[in-house]
Design a binder for this molecule. Sequence first.
Ligand code: URA
Length: 229
Amino acid sequence: MANGPDEELVSLVASAQELLRWEEALGGNGFPAVVDVRAARGYHTRLQMLASEAAECTRCELHRTRTKSVFARGTCDTDLVFVGEGPGFHEDQQGLPFVGRAGQLLDRMIAAMGYDRDGVYICNVVKCRAPENRTPLPTEAIACAHFLVPQLEAVSPKVIVALGRCAAENLRCVPPSGKWRGIWGEWHDIPVMPTYHPAFLLRSPQFKKPVWEDLQEVLRKLNREVPKR
Ligand code: URA
């Protein structure tokens, strides 16, 4: 990501804070308000601009049938990102990812990991619903990488969980062997854990155990407490 100007801003704010601390030490009023140096980096703004652009996007045919584009939910100040395939019916209606039944299961998985529902960042490979919830075409996923790539770069988590094969493929984490679930991959130097999609788990609950093992691996990578369950 071209973050030169962002870094200049961070350094300017840091210098201003330093000066004001001096001023305060010398008996002045100091800084009138808390300045969030991280917010000054501008990545919140970058994500807001990308979300507005996605709302108007016509880069692929999926825009013709969407109700709302679905950019992300959660917080960008997190060490953990989940990437799904693309919005379904409820997501398309509400403009938010993973709000249907699969989303409720994902929320339970996130809670089991010890995170707040809104303490992670959740997005999809494509931002618009595909007709009949079909898997996005490679051309659609490539068009939407215009959003996914800067989105993941801006959040810059410590770990990405790829939900389902489509997400794993688009993060280039399906090895030639074809065995992809539970095998660490990497996207732009960020570790990626590909696991089964919660919609698949709703149909095939017997696979919840391996998914939980994958999520435990993720917690170990993040140096977080690993609940047994
Ligand atoms: N499935 C996905 O892959 N993403 C959503 O947002 C909802 C269901």
